[in-house]
Design a protein around this ligand. Structure first.
Ligand code: ADP
Length: 600
């Protein structure tokens, strides 16, 4: 077993990995950015290293700095969590090449083969796993896309080869939309994944998203841990996940599980991974199973492999009793999976709720701010994965997750009731949260019936019901009282390493005085911005600029597109004017309050 493991991540997943380490007797090392000096994962770790400024590109995505921290700490393993560098094969390769450090994940070559969607489709087809009808080669021209549109029938999806997290996918309803969609998919692929290659898939009408958790050791043993149903999505992002799926027959469950196991087995996969499928009643336009064109019964199609731990691994842990993260570490250390496929039993039902600082009544816009009240539920059947405490600030630098609530009960009906109880007692004030949305879903006939597809929230749910839910169950959302940091201990950084120093009373006074003075000036910084300046409302990356110097814009015009918190946000001119200066260009990282465009 390893002696010391560095977690190349932040937030709840960093703490989750460290918890597994503690139980395995492995020491833990955190990395953090300037914005995270006081973050929960830093407090939790045995030791911690600063790896750079707040923007992720300069800290959590800086592979060299992270491996450097591991070397300084004398860590013998690196776990990437999810997001950031978790699916970056180049980073995995860098870790593999570092002396005496083991990568906790599949081998970099395997990540590359399965991470690129076209390659993964080929690997799975060769293993006899049905794939969503589409191309296994990149598509170059709009004409080629239109030909495929004719072949599969619209709608189709143009997907970035390196895509993920719902990014880099453009849905095309008709031939006339192909040119714009192709450009947008290529642009997103390039911006997020450094790869502008795209391919085309049939866009299924109303599928369920079903994924299978797999675990594989380095000695050829592959097990699957059953499926998760992640069909409740908003703009292709999962919001509630559960296990087992309320929509699968025992027969289909067995078939999908075995297909996943066979697929990753033949790919020589190791460590934990997830094989994602779409399941549709009656199948898509092509029949891949049973030959002969019979289209009756639900049909499953491989979509992609995630070569890392996923946010929603928790529901599988709840129903199988298997600690997936501990197994990631154990198999990376060379241990053998010690259970048979038949030993994997599904016990009851589990649902995970992503508790995000977002306002469901305003298109789920992120609402950064202080957790003035943070009082999560407890008691039977409730698990909370988080790395925050009352008084913490949910900042605008990273994603908007506050934590994850995971509820386990003997069956789905009781799990729904237990979840309602837990969410009712989840008390958060200071920011808006997704709690009212979750409470609405637990009372929603479609969700309760298990009948929801991936289109349900976007196409069927009446937005009015979201507003009502927020009015009824929401927090006051963002009153933005200044946070009160009382410090008995002072945190200092010496040569980039973090230390807690106990200070005498008088000095503590001085330190907290400095804190609130900072907080005060932060708020006024934005309003003091130059008149005519259009500023960033949150930290993010510029995807495109939509205006040119000298151009006349009117109120409501989009001046640029800012990617923040995993969403594309149109930045809009509040009033009209002539563009005097464009302060940013495509690919720039910006902070909250930065000037983007100046109008005169
Ligand atoms: P991820 O975001 O998990 O990396 P994708 O971006 O491939 O995976 O897909 C995200 C979601 O987009 C899916 O769960 C599904 O709702 C939808 N989706 C993807 N491909 C298709 C398709 N061919 N037909 C219908 N829906 C799709």
């Amino acid at each position: 077993m390893f002696e010391k493991l560095l977690v190349a991540n932040r937030g709840e997943i960093a703490v989750r990995v460290m918890a597994a380490c503690e139980e395995l007797g492995v020491e833990t090392v955190a990395v953090y950015s300037d914005a995270d000096r006081h973050a929960g994962h830093v407090e939790y770790a045995d030791e911690a290293y600063n790896v750079g400024p707040a923007p992720a590109a300069e800290s959590y995505l800086d592979g060299e700095a992270i491996v450097g921290a591991a070397e300084r700490a004398g860590a013998d393993a690196i776990h990437p969590g999810y997001g950031f560098l978790a699916e970056n094969a180049d980073f995995a390769r860098r870790v593999e090449a570092a002396d005496g450090i083991t990568w906790v994940g599949p081998e970099s070559g395997t990540m590359e083969r399965l991470g690129e969607k076209t390659k993964a489709r080929t690997v799975m087809s060769e293993a006899g796993v049905p794939v969503v009808p589409g191309t296994n080669e990149p598509v170059e021209s709009a004409d080629a896309v239109r030909e495929l549109g004719e072949e599969y029938g619209y709608p189709i999806a143009i997907k970035a080869e390196g895509g993920g997290g719902g990014r880099g996918m453009k849905i095309v309803q008709e031939a006339g939309e192909v040119d714009d969609a192709l450009d947008a998919a290529k642009r997103e692929g390039e911006a997020y994944f450094d790869n502008d290659a795209v391919y085309v898939e049939k866009y299924l009408d109303s599928p369920k998203h079903i994924e299978v958790q797999v675990l594989a050791d380095e000695h050829g043993t592959v097990r699957h841990l059953g499926e998760r149903d992640c069909s409740l999505q908003r703009r292709h992002q999962k919001v509630i996940e559960e296990a087992p799926s309320p929509a699968l027959s025992a027969e289909l469950r067995e078939e999908i599980g075995e297909a996943a196991r066979r697929g990753v087995g033949e790919a020589g996969y190791t460590n934990a991974g997830t094989v994602e499928f779409l399941v549709e009643d009656g199948g898509a336009s092509e029949t891949h199973r049973g030959g002969g064109g019979e289209a009756a019964g639900p049909q499953f199609y491989f979509m992609e492999v995630n070569t890392r731990i996923q946010v929603e691994h928790t529901v599988t842990e709840a129903v199988t009793g298997i600690d997936i993260v501990a197994w990631q570490i154990r198999v990376a250390a060379g241990e053998t999976l010690d259970f048979e496929q038949d030993d994997v039993e599904i016990d009851g039902h589990a649902i995970e709720f992503r508790i995000n600082a977002e306002n469901p009544a305003a298109e789920f816009a992120p609402t950064p701010g202080p957790l003035e009240t943070y009082d999560p539920p407890s008691s039977v059947g409730v698990r909370l994965d988080h790395a925050v405490a009352q008084g913490d600030e949910i900042g605008g630098d990273y994603d908007s997750m506050i934590g994850k609530l995971i509820v386990h009960a003997p069956d789905r009906e009781r799990c729904v009731r237990r979840s309602a109880r837990a969410l009712k007692h989840f008390d958060v004030e200071g920011v808006h949260t997704t709690i009212p949305f979750h409470r609405l879903m637990l009372a929603d006939a479609t969700f309760r019936g298990g009948d929801h597809t991936t289109k349900y929230l976007d196409e069927e749910l009446d937005p009015e019901r979201l507003s009502e839910a927020v009015d009824r169950w929401g927090s006051d959302g963002g009153s933005r009282a200044p946070s009160t940091t009382s410090a008995q201990t002072l945190t200092v950084e010496v040569d980039g390493r973090r230390f807690d120093v106990l200070v005498e009373d008088g000095l503590v006074e001085a330190a907290s005085g400095g804190d609130s003075a900072d907080g005060g000036s932060e708020g006024s910084g934005v309003s003091a911005a130059e008149a005519g300046a259009i500023t960033a409302e949150m930290q993010g990356t510029i995807l495109s600029t939509e205006v040119e110097v000298g151009e006349t814009v009117s109120a409501g015009d989009v001046v640029c597109v800012l990617e923040a918190m995993k969403m594309e946000n149109d930045v809009i001119a509040a009033s009209g004017g002539i563009v005097a200066e464009i302060a940013v260009s495509e690919g720039d990282s910006v902070d909250m309050g930065d000037t983007l465009v100046l109008l005169e």
